[in-house]
Write a protein that binds this ligand. Structure first.
Ligand code: SF4
Length: 380
């Protein structure tokens, strides 16, 4: 019987993001690891591999699809109320012990991560997204950087159909992959997991490529939001949060920063859940650093004003939220505060046409011969 590795190695094509080296090695540029890979071996992510001196990369399948309110990604300053059609492949370049998407991200690394792939074409995904009423197509669930060639193929079709596109990513990028994505991507969420290189090394990465990616994404003009899952005892000290938010504010005080509450998952089951007070404390630290848009997530109704968007100048309520539900929307057609006229940074639709859904649901992707099943469940 074919293993998952056998199946995935049939769904590949030659990659774009690599160079040939001496002695049959290749160097991959899809993520900050920049793996040199000998012939016959895989990279750290285990889904890109060298065969005969060529780099082969994932192609032609999804590990899961789902329609979500865009607030769930979370993007709070991009098309509020829109439906985001999420798709993901398998594999990741990190191995976070608390991953909420570990079934797809840790496939091929962890034998208990079993997530059957489903064959798909870019056209089918876009058609399905349009049928469900999506406004945005988002590559997520696994680390999308390591499957960038496939994402670009899907995004080209999405753009042609009038959809916006986005990544939900750990931000472990390279200049090469960001330039490759740049023409085809509108929105980028980076999960900034810590501001300590030692913590990043525990997760299998380094902090430097992530900070450089954040700077570069902002300079490129992509719409950027940052999320930090606050894990008690791991990344929630005042000092670390102060350094993190000072860095973000130095890139731009207009970058929205979401602090979200951890709950036990995957291998991290004995750490306490994050309490609302920790989110409020982090938000205060971010405010002191100069950030103008700070949101607290995963604890709806328990974080005071921190689910809403207010004008940073006159403090007018612009968007009121409860979890993913928008209850008030007052941003003008040209993206300004209706009270004082301050421009609110983001990607705003000319008019708010209500919220298509405030709960995630599974779209119906047509089954094809050779498909295994559509992954189910709620994901980020
Ligand atoms: S995507 Fe990253 S981990 Fe995977 S082969 Fe390329 S450089 Fe290595």
């Amino acid at each position: 019987m074919a293993t998952l590795k056998d199946v995935l190695h049939q769904h590949v094509r030659e990659g774009d993001l690599y160079e040939k080296m001496d002695r049959g090695f290749v160097r991959c540029f899809a993520c900050g690891h920049c793996c040199p890979i000998p012939d016959g071996q895989v990279g750290v992510c285990k889904v890109r591999f060298n065969e005969g001196g060529k780099l082969y990369v994932p192609w032609g399948y999804v590990g899961g699809v789902q329609c979500d309110p865009i607030e769930k990604k979370p993007f709070f300053h991009a098309y509020p109320g829109a439906l985001a059609y999420s798709f993901g492949m398998l594999g990741c370049d990190l191995h976070c012990g608390y991953c909420q998407n570990w079934v797809t991200s840790q496939a091929l690394r962890d034998p208990s991560a079993v997530s059957p792939p489903m064959a798909a074409t870019p056209g089918e995904l876009v058609e399905d997204a349009l049928r469900q009423g999506a406004r945005v197509l988002v590559s997520t669930y696994n680390e999308p950087l390591i499957t960038s060639e496939w994402a670009v193929a899907v995004f080209k079709e999405a753009r042609a159909a009038g959809l916006a596109t986005g990544f939900v990513s750990n931000g472990n990028g390279t200049p090469q992959v960001l330039e490759y994505l740049r023409p085809w991507i509108d929105l980028y969420k980076v999960d900034l997991k810590s501001f300590d290189d030692r913590h990043y090394r525990e997760l299998g990465g380094r902090i430097q490529p992530i900070l450089e990616t954040i700077r570069r994404l902002y300079q490129m003009g992509l719409w950027l939001e940052i999320v930090t899952l606050l894990i008690p005892g791991f990344n929630d000290s005042d000092d670390e949060l102060a350094r993190m938010t000072e860095f973000l504010a130095s890139v731009s005080p207009d970058i929205p920063w979401h602090v979200t509450a951890f709950h036990a998952d995957y291998k991290m089951t004995s750490t306490d859940d994050t309490c609302p007070e920790t989110l409020l404390r982090a938000a205060e630290i971010g405010k002191r650093a100069g950030l103008r848009f700070i949101y607290a997530g995963n604890l709806p109704g328990r974080v005071g004003d921190l689910e809403h968007t207010r004008c940073p100048e006159c403090h007018e309520l612009l968007i009121e939220r409860y979890g993913y539900l928008i209850s008030v929307y007052r941003i003008t057609a040209d993206g300004c505060c209706p009270s004082c006229g301050t421009k609110i940074p983001g990607r705003w639709a000319p008019s708010f046409q209500g919220q298509i859904t405030d709960v995630p649901y599974l779209p119906r992707l047509r089954r094809r011969a050779g498909l295994v099943s559509i992954a189910s469940g709620t994901r980020n």
